[in-house]
Design a protein around this ligand. Structure first.
Ligand code: F6P
Length: 515
């Protein structure tokens, strides 16, 4: 489609006067039914899982949705989505397809076949470790950064609250303290090391990996390098580094770092929860792939979510969006989504290199409820910024304590969404400005039946597709990340004493004894 067609739809969207949430509800008794959707899927051995999405407390209405559907057509959404699953070059700046879907069964036959073969290979190693083939393994120190750490860290934290087959410590920071803390929690005689790096060149990961191997050596562990597993798209580099070929678990170059949880980067998850739960996580994600592939227009959950994101970012000038999980198991979700959304869509040029016309990715942030209510919700209710909020909660509790805990958790969650929308004045005479709440503040709700492995996979895949849909609507490539390269190069230059630096940086280096 032509860019003039796109501009025309944006102009139409910009010209639409926003209704208040109160008016939207008052004028449409069917609003909740229209703006909510239940996505159900079946995973063998797990039964039916359900996810209720409620977008009614956002400002989206029929007119806006009609215009956004037109925008999706003008932006070539159908063709882009087809290309994603058909193995097309959807990442043009790096000349690659994006085949993370194939790692969970969604993609071309050849890509899925490769993904399933790699999964079988990983499963054999995981099962062998559980069966004691590598001796007693009680701990795994998983070393990686960015996409090679955030997904595994989140998934292990979310899925091992009941039972952990192996105790996993994810270490990403090059600050040696992070690794020292993992050492302190592990017995070297029963610890394995996973070195997770797509490129197998990332400075933080390779430095930490070398120190972890040294730790095994220093503690007289038998065959230290025999206790190292590599998870990488660069198997030759891993072998060169000293990992035995039999313990190198590869994944394809076309799987992006922040989309790699489903590949061998998920090894620590599989080791901690077992292959059955790991496969259930993949199946939940695949169910969302199917929904995303086969559902048109506003009925497509991730696309509808992207319409909301575009509305608030481009039409209402919101610079951030917040996610609050009312579930301890998803405490790391905002960190994970930060990379997924900001590294994917924090761009200033389109896929063809032209400057983008409006704002792209908002800043993703968030926290866990109810803690966040006592820390940041003040600004959400009374601050000057408009922040669209997503709430996530599970109907089934994650704990086994007195049900009063879970009831209070859910009621608090629902109350926050209601209060953000309703507003009001808390003073006795209803006039004190300090106690006034403007209301009309939007939120969306993700309410899952139960946060099991399948549902967890579904939630993550939902957000991957939401991110992709946003990218298509903005015309940008979500699969490259050149924005991280300049800082990396400068760090290398500073370390190697090369290059010329500005006066401030030179003074800082001198002050730290690095000059
Ligand atoms: O710095 C950005 C980045 O390339 C991320 O995209 C990636 O997830 C991370 O670094 C780690 O890269 P690797 O897996 O190659 O070590």
């Amino acid at each position: 489609m032509t860019s003039s067609k796109l501009s025309a739809v944006w102009s139409r969207l910009e010209g639409m006067a926003p209704s208040t949430l109160a008016d939207l509800f008052a004028n449409d008794s069917e609003r909740v039914a229209k703006m909510s959707q239940r996505i159900e899927f079946e995973v063998p051995e797990y039964g039916t899982s359900g996810l209720l999405l409620d977008w009614s407390k956002t400002h989206l209405d029929d007119d806006l949705l009609d215009a956004f559907e037109e925008l999706a057509r003008a932006a070539g959404f159908d063709a882009a989505r087809k290309s994603l699953f058909d193995g097309g070059i959807i990442n043009p700046t790096e000349g690659r397809p994006a085949t993370h879907g194939a790692m969970r069964g969604s993609g071309t036959d050849a890509d899925v076949e490769e993904g399933m073969a790699l999964l079988t290979r990983m499963g054999m190693l995981v099962d062998a470790i559980h069966d004691g083939a590598l001796g007693e393994v009680k701990h795994l120190i998983h070393i990686g950064i960015g996409g090679s750490a955030l997904g595994p860290d989140l998934a292990v934290d979310a899925l091992t609250r009941d039972l952990k087959l192996v105790d996993v410590h994810v270490v990403s920071n090059i600050d040696g303290l992070a690794l020292e803390q993992a050492f302190a929690a592990c017995d070297p005689a029963t610890t394995m090391i996973a070195v997770a790096s797509k490129t197998f060149t990332t400075i933080e990961t390779m430095t930490n990996a070398a120190s972890a191997l040294k730790w095994l050596n220093d503690n007289d562990v038998d065959d230290p390098s025999g206790r190292v597993v590599a998870l990488t798209a660069n198997p030759e580099k891993a072998v060169e580094w000293g990992v035995d070929e039999t313990r190198v678990l590869p994944f394809p170059e076309s799987v992006g770092g922040r989309y790699s949880l489903w590949s061998s980067i998920g090894f620590p998850v599989a080791l901690a929860v077992g292959m059955d739960d790991f496969r259930a996580m993949l199946a939940g994600a695949q169910a969302i792939d199917t929904h995303f592939r086969e559902t048109e227009g506003r009925a497509n959950g991730p696309l509808l979510a992207a319409f909301g994101d575009q509305y608030y970012t481009r039409l209402r000038g919101c610079q951030t969006r917040a996610i609050f999980a009312y579930d301890e198991r998803l405490a790391l979700l905002p960190d994970y989504l930060q990379q997924l959304e900001m590294e994917s869509n924090g761009k200033s040029v389109t896929a063809s290199g032209d400057p983008v016309s409006g704002s792209t990715a908002p800043i993703t942030w968030g926290g866990v409820g109810t803690d966040a209510q006592h820390a940041v919700f003040q600004l959400l209710h009374q601050g000057t910024q408009l922040v669209p909020v997503d709430f996530i909660a599970s109907i089934a509790p994650g704990d086994e304590l007195n049900p009063a805990h879970h009831k209070a958790l859910l009621t608090n969650c629902f109350a926050q969404g209601a209060a953000l929308m309703a507003g009001g004045n808390m003073s006795a005479d209803g006039k004190d400005p300090a106690r006034a709440f403007p209301g009309d503040r939007p939120s969306a709700m993700f309410l899952v039946d139960d946060l099991d492995a399948a549902m967890f996979g579904a939630l993550i895949a939902f957000h991957e597709h939401r991110t992709f849909a946003n990218a298509v609507l903005m015309g940008i490539n979500p699969f490259d990340q050149f924005g991280v390269e300049l800082g990396k190069k400068m760090a290398k230059d500073i370390e190697g004493g090369e290059g010329e630096f500005d006066a401030s940086t030179a003074a800082l280096m001198k002050a730290a004894g690095l000059g």
